[in-house]
Ligand binder design. Structure first.
Ligand SMILES: [Zn+2]
Length: 251
């Protein structure tokens, strides 16, 4: 991956975000898979890009951030999302995959103009802005229903989360679908159809943090062979690091 520019569809005040190539140092900086970690990773990757404009990654609308992560995933791993599931009918394990491109096309945002103040009014009596990473961080650790309510309260200018919460959430999801969705999987053994929750952000972060051992092996291999410093190797773009490691092992 070289740099990527990913346009925003919902975030007011910015056209999109430029991410530079991922390095080993960036990969090592990711400790946990939560939203705070994602925001720090995006902050690192977007520094000094974006025509010198600093993007506050916490203010990116969640639905946009999901698309940023999807494009980052795609640039590193390709468009196929694969996983092994256990059937809740017969208990057999089976492989399940789908195309990220299909998912992105399915949830492609329509031509919605972003209001300057970020406030949407889908029907009389409801006026809101879309949730961002900052909102997620503010309700992190709270109980499910309490967190949902507080998140709505933060985003609502007009409307009642207590009486109208479900409808408002629906309007938000219609306008700006996040890439956290129930997807149907069919067991090839017993044909049972089951719902699987796919969440773009956690899927990406689990994959990235799951590679820690490979990263260390690549660093070890390159250091042993070329005698470059730890820091120099960690500053290589990921694709170059992988190419050098492959050259050394002859793969
Ligand atoms: Zn089955």
């Amino acid at each position: 991956m070289n740099g990527l520019f990913i346009p925003f569809h919902f975030t007011p005040g910015a056209k999109g975000i430029y991410l530079r190539a991922l390095t080993g140092a960036d990969e090592l900086s990711v400790g946990t898979i939560n939203t705070a970690s994602v925001l720090s990773l995006l902050r690192l990757l977007s520094q000094n890009g974006n025509n010198g404009e600093e993007i506050d990654t916490g203010s990116i609308v969640t639905a946009d951030r999901d698309r940023v992560i999807a494009q980052l995933y795609r640039s590193l791993y390709g468009a196929k999302i694969a996983s092994t599931l256990e059937c809740d009918g017969c208990g057999q394990k089976f492989d399940f995959d789908f195309s990220l491109d299909d998912l992105l096309a399915h949830f492609h945002p329509g031509q919605v103009l972003i209001p300057d103040d970020g406030m949407y009014e889908p029907e009389p009596g409801i006026r809101f802005r879309l949730p961002t990473g900052e909102d997620e961080l503010a309700v992190q650790g709270l109980d499910g229903a309490i967190a949902e309510n507080m998140l709505l309260e933060r985003c609502l200018a007009v409307g009642e989360p207590e009486t109208n919460g479900k409808n408002i959430q629906l309007k938000m999801a219609e306008l700006a679908p996040v890439l956290s969705q129930e997807i149907q999987a069919v067991c090839p053994e017993c044909n049972r159809v089951q719902q699987v929750l796919f969440d773009m952000q956690s899927f990406f972060m689990l994959r990235l943090t799951g590679e820690r051992r490979n990263l260390l092996e690549e660093v070890h291999l390159i250091a042993s062979h070329y005698h470059w410093s730890h820091r120099e190797i960690l500053e290589l773009p990921r694709s170059e690091r992988k190419s050098y490691a492959a050259l050394i092992t002859g793969n």
